[in-house]
Design a protein around this ligand. Structure first.
Ligand code: ATP
Length: 689
């Protein structure tokens, strides 16, 4: 009420005369004014009707209003709520009421006009609220009038149907959405629920309701694809759950999952066996009622994983692991694993595995020794720069200096290392390779320098020779040198300088004569700058440096390499693949080969495996290559087409090689890494004399 009333109205006293009353009514333009006593308490109301009655009865304007005002007043307290005021106004016959405070003092008056203004305001507020809800609804809503014309559509409706409200406003609903008939709703006030239909080619589910007594209709709809998506997600979740159950059931160990409250939510079959209970009896039970002294509750609190811990359960020792399940940074549960099968069995399996590993290593080494040694002939290239590199490396091979090979992964660093060894005076000595990145940090030292008998617990009796000792008189190839720890870098530097080392656990210094070839695909200079690699070691290793060129800078090597790989693979797999389809060729020549020669080799090996005929076809290539755009920059603008591209490249390569080697066919065959008979065959085919 206090928001609606008219405040600061003048108050009349019984002693005021009629003339003053009339003047105040005229000045305020009100129909009535409150009359109060000397204490300001309300005693009546002076209305325009009172004025008329007084003058009709012959009263003078100087006469006091004492006898002429109404003592029956409709009053309302200032704190009366809107809805109550509305009720009272509806029931009351008077047009004006007086607003009073608790003591009965007049604060203002309240007229029907005030009420109407308040109603307008209320209605406006309601309309804003309703419109906000209407626009914010995830469902589409269309409103039509009684004549079946579209009045409005909300934002979700626009999105679902991909239609703008402006485009359909005022149109007949049936002309825009012919599959939906509203006549029953508009004529007979029918309510339609769950109608599946098409609206602007979108399948929707809708509810349609008449507005009041057929003043129109409201259509509320939702795209069915939303439901489909939810159904699919639900299905995927179910499948995932079933997969998870199957996976856990295969496991040898007891596996159980608890929620953030420590209640068991999943157990595998092995866990049921372990606890001696059925799944139903375990699910939803607090885990500490099932496992004594469980630390999984601690994992829930701390979020710390614990793996392969020893725990005594029911007087027996088990190996247990606990892992927190974290979602968006919050711990939502934990997984527990108990290895409860006899630990002796595990030990037995581990021992057998170690034995097999040992045997595998032995046979691998034997196989390695048996395979043909790599020579520079096997490094296939027609690229001018690579040939210079080969020549440089061949010359460097003759010396004894340390060589550093850099270049991207798969460019052929290892191939160069072995070719250098084979071309060096040390070729009769051993060629030993260590991948510095593959050996665990704590084993690197003994791997390099070996250890003395009894150097540590578990050490082999009689000690073990390290790679330096094994490579004595030959070459030690240190691959991935950039990954060597700082600590070992210092030790390596000492060996390089002193040409001697001490095995782990021994004071005896052993002299060695080893040539070092190091390789890395890392930017060693940067590592030196960052302090990750010792600069003195870097310069000690970098005496002669060769940077192997990446494939993308020597794409002319692709075809010759493909031929060599094909020839080798045909032999290995007993296949007869003689050609490459023009499409395949185009892709091979156009690809940038980020994985360098290794990638190319793998692609060809895969293709040979997949090929069913005598040609490598598009479908024999891995998907990522097939998908690649057939954009090729061909080496020259001669008359190339898909059919003859392969032959052009072949011929051009041959011609270049023959010119370079001044017609010496043995040299050409060596350069291209092909046999002499194959070279003659190609020269005959391309009519090269
Ligand atoms: N020019 C080449 N001719 C023939 N085969 C090559 C050539 N270059 C590389 N290869 C072959 O490509 C494969 C990768 O070469 P290699 O292992 O020598 O590369 P890498 O540079 O040492 O790689 P990473 O840095 O990953 O150790 C090997 O199978 C190798 O035989």
């Amino acid at each position: 009420m206090s928001d609606m009333m008219t405040r600061d109205v003048p108050l009349l006293h019984p002693k005021d005369n009629l003339g003053q009353g009339v003047a105040l009514l005229r000045w305020t333009k009100l129909d009535a004014l409150p009359v109060v006593d000397e204490d300001g308490l309300l005693i009546g109301i002076f209305t325009k009707a009172n004025v008329l009655d007084a003058f009709l009865a012959g009263a003078e304007s100087s006469e006091a209003i004492q006898q002429h005002f109404n003592r029956q007043v409709v009053t309302v307290e200032a704190n009366t709520p809107y809805w109550e005021v509305e009720q009272r106004v509806k029931q009351s016959s008077v047009g004006t009421g007086v607003v009073v405070d608790k003591e009965g003092k007049a604060l203002g008056i309240f007229t029907k006009v005030d009420m109407i203004m308040a109603l307008f305001q209320e209605a406006e507020q309601l309309a804003v609220e309703l419109n906000t809800v209407y626009q914010a609804m995830p469902n589409g809503i269309i409103v039509v009038d009684r004549n079946n014309r579209i009045q409005q559509m909300n934002l979700s409706g626009e999105k679902i149907l991909d239609l703008k409200q402006e485009a359909i406003k005022g149109c007949l609903f049936g002309s825009v959405f012919p599959s939906l008939d509203l006549s029953g709703v508009l004529k007979q006030s029918q309510h339609l629920v769950g109608v599946q239909t098409q609206m602007n080619k979108v399948t929707v589910l809708c509810n349609i309701s008449p507005v009041g007594e057929v003043a129109g209709a409201v259509i509320v709809f939702q795209a069915l694809t939303d439901f489909d998506q939810v159904a699919q997600e639900l299905d995927a979740t179910k499948r995932l759950y079933e997969t998870l159950l199957t996976v856990t059931n295969i496991a040898y160990e007891a596996i159980f999952v608890v929620d953030d409250q420590g209640k068991i939510t999943l157990v595998n079959e092995a866990a049921c066996r372990f606890f001696g209970k059925r799944e139903k009896e375990l699910l939803q039970r607090p885990v500490d009622q099932v496992i004594e002294n469980t630390r999984i509750l601690r994992t829930l609190k701390t979020g710390m994983a614990e793996t392969n811990e020893i725990q005594v359960i029911n007087g027996r020792v088990y190996i247990v692991s606990r892992l927190p399940i974290v979602r968006q940074g919050k711990i939502i549960g934990a997984v527990g694993k108990i290895v409860f099968q006899k630990l002796e069995e595990v030990k037995d399996v581990a021992e057998r595995l170690a034995q097999m590993d040992h045997e595998l290593k032995f046979y691998k080494e034997k196989a390695g020794a048996a395979r043909l040694a790599v020579t520079f002939n096997q490094i296939v290239t027609v690229s001018q720069d690579m040939r210079c590199l080969k020549q440089g490396a061949e010359m460097a091979a003759r010396g004894n200096s340390t060589i550093m090979l850099t270049g991207e992964s798969g460019t052929g660093k290892e191939l160069f290392a072995e070719a250098i060894h084979q071309a060096s005076p040390r070729r009769k000595g051993p060629y030993v390779k260590v991948n510095c990145a593959a050996v665990p940090e704590n084993l690197l030292e003994s791997e390099f320098f070996g250890y003395a008998s009894g150097a540590f617990t578990g050490a082999q009796r009689g000690g073990k020779a390290g790679k330096f000792a094994i490579a004595n008189g030959g070459t030690l190839f240190l691959d991935e040198i950039g990954d060597m720890s700082f600590n070992l870098q210092s030790k390596l530097l000492r060996v390089l300088e002193d040409k001697s080392f001490e095995p782990v656990g021994s004071n005896e210094s052993i002299k060695v004569d080893v040539r070092i070839i190091a390789a890395t695909n890392k930017d060693l200079i940067r590592k030196v700058e960052c302090g990750d690699f010792r600069s003195d070691l870097y310069y000690r290793l970098n005496v002669i440096h060769f940077h192997i060129i990446p494939m993308c800078d020597r794409l002319e090597d692709v075809i010759p390499l493909v031929h060599v790989f094909l020839e080798r693979l045909n032999q290995d797999f007993g296949k007869q693949i003689t050609g490459i389809s023009p499409d395949v060729l185009k892709i091979l020549v156009g690809h940038r080969w980020p994985g360098n020669v290794r990638e190319l080799k793998n692609v060809i090996e895969r293709a040979v495996n997949f090929a069913s005929g005598e040609m490598l076809e598009l479908e024999d290539l891995p998907f990522y290559l097939r998908e690649q755009k057939l954009e090729v920059s061909l080496p020259s603008a001669k008359v190339w087409n898909l059919e003859n591209a392969h032959e052009h490249l072949d011929k051009e390569t041959l011609e270049k090689a023959l010119l370079k080697m001044k017609g010496n066919k043995s040299e050409v065959a060596r350069l291209l890494g092909i046999s002499r008979s194959w070279l003659y065959e190609k020269m005959r085919r391309y009519d090269i004399h």
